[in-house]
Design a protein around this ligand. Structure first.
Ligand code: AMP
Length: 399
């Protein structure tokens, strides 16, 4: 039996999933896991389909090895483990941050395509080089192994001009300073479930999909195509997140640099890593489970701001979608926190939206949670980005 390997490579981690062929609607990954701490103490954990830990080990990098070498070593260890499991790979699918304007859909990676994708590194310097690294390594090692890239930005290319454009001089817009939007594989997956969960009419209406996890964004769809999204040129804009600030006045950046004398790197760390729930809770936690369990006043304020800002984003997206027929919650918080779903939708009762408290408590499968007399449908749909990438890899290569 042949399998697909799905890779999501970051700056210090490499997440993976393995799916057996043929891929079906219900296929679960037979193995999944992650290599963490690349550049420091590298750990490698692999689990089976039931979540049983099959491997939990450290990878010893040679003394003095640089980050590049450690990334390569990590990928090699993963490939060796895959071979030990007697997995024969038919293809590899990759999560890639940026497809630019060129790629509005997944693509089979050729040397020419890889060159184009490398050209997008300035648009996503924190992710793109790391996403592309394993593609290059695999292409050298196994030139006949097909590889597919699925882009975080692709789903959002259907946004109209006014949704993608910042009011800045045209020169920058033309050079790519636009609202790219991210979390594309998740939105792609959810948009394909809408009809089953909401029914055809609502699925094709104005829908706000709220992907709320440690990172969070929302997208508005009409006819199941993206018409607006909250993340922008980078994944910093939009919702308040675990450690990211979301939308703030851009002049705060100048103030932090001019008044507090922070360097650009320090400002970036403050806004990406020390803000959001973590920052407003006074450094308490970015993890929703810790926050929901705490009585600290700063934590209560952090949560209030989080819910309030999420609800305001839904209001804005409803305008872009020309109405609000349904809200879909997904992501770690969206799928698992009835408290967050209630608190966010409480700001939207003026639309005629009403939750059913019992349905809101149910965990697991995709389901609706609105009351029978609610004017807006509300659903929880677990996302599955790895399956989505596997599906594109499977269909694009006609495996
Ligand atoms: P993600 O980035 O999508 O993996 O989501 C991570 C976030 O989901 C973290 O803030 C977790 O605390 C949150 N989360 C996961 N499970 C739960 C739960 N049962 N209740 C509340 N939040 C949860």
């Amino acid at each position: 039996m042949k399998s697909l390997l799905i890779i999501n490579a970051g700056s210090s981690s490499l997440k993976f999933a393995v799916f057996n062929l043929p891929l079906t609607q219900d296929s679960l990954s037979v193995y999944r896991g992650q290599i963490d701490g690349i550049g420091a103490n590298i750990t490698f954990v692999a689990k089976d389909v039931d979540g049983k830990v099959l491997l939990d080990t450290t990878i010893m990098a040679p003394e003095g090895s640089n980050l590049e070498a450690q990334h390569q070593l990590s990928l090699e260890r993963l490939l060796a483990w895959i071979e030990e499991q007697h997995i024969e790979l038919a293809a590899v699918g990759h999560r890639v941050l940026h497809g630019g304007k060129e790629y509005c859909a997944p693509v089979v990676v050729t040397p020419e395509v890889l060159k184009v994708l490398e050209g997008f590194i300035p648009l996503g310097p924190l992710h793109q080089p790391h996403n592309l690294r394993p593609i290059g390594v695999l292409a050298k090692k196994f030139p006949n192994l097909p590889q597919v890239a699925c882009f975080d930005t692709a789903f959002h290319r259907t946004q109209p001009w006014e949704a993608q454009t910042y009011p800045i001089p045209r020169k920058f817009t033309e050079e790519g300073v636009i609202r790219w939007g991210f979390h594309g594989s998740s939105y792609d997956f959810i948009s394909r479930q809408l009809e089953d969960v909401l029914g055809k009419e609502k699925a094709n209406g104005g829908v706000v999909i709220a992907h709320i996890g440690n990172g969070g964004s929302m997208a508005a769809t009409r006819e199941r195509k993206c018409v607006a999204t909250t993340m922008g040129f980078t994944a910093l804009e939009g919702m308040m997140m675990g450690t990211r600030c979301g939308t703030i006045d851009a002049s705060i950046v100048f103030h932090l640099m001019n008044h507090y004398k922070y360097t650009p790197e320090q400002v970036s760390d403050i806004l990406y890593k020390e803000s959001g729930l973590l920052g407003v809770s006074g450094g308490f936690s970015q993890d929703m489970r810790d926050l929901e369990a705490s009585d600290k006043p700063e934590v209560k304020e952090a949560l209030k701001l989080f819910y309030y800002r999420a609800a305001r984003e839904i209001g804005s997206l409803a305008v872009a979608a020309g109405g609000l027929d349904a809200i879909v919650f997904t992501g770690g918080i969206g799928e698992n926190s009835p408290v967050a779903r209630k608190a966010i939708t409480d700001y939207l009762t003026w639309t005629g939206l009403k939750l059913d408290p019992e349905l809101n408590k149910i965990r697991g499968k995709a389901h609706c949670i609105e009351a029978a007399d609610s004017k807006v449908a509300v659903a929880v749909i677990p996302t599955n980005e790895e399956w989505m990438i596997a599906h594109h890899t499977f269909t694009l290569l006609a495996l």
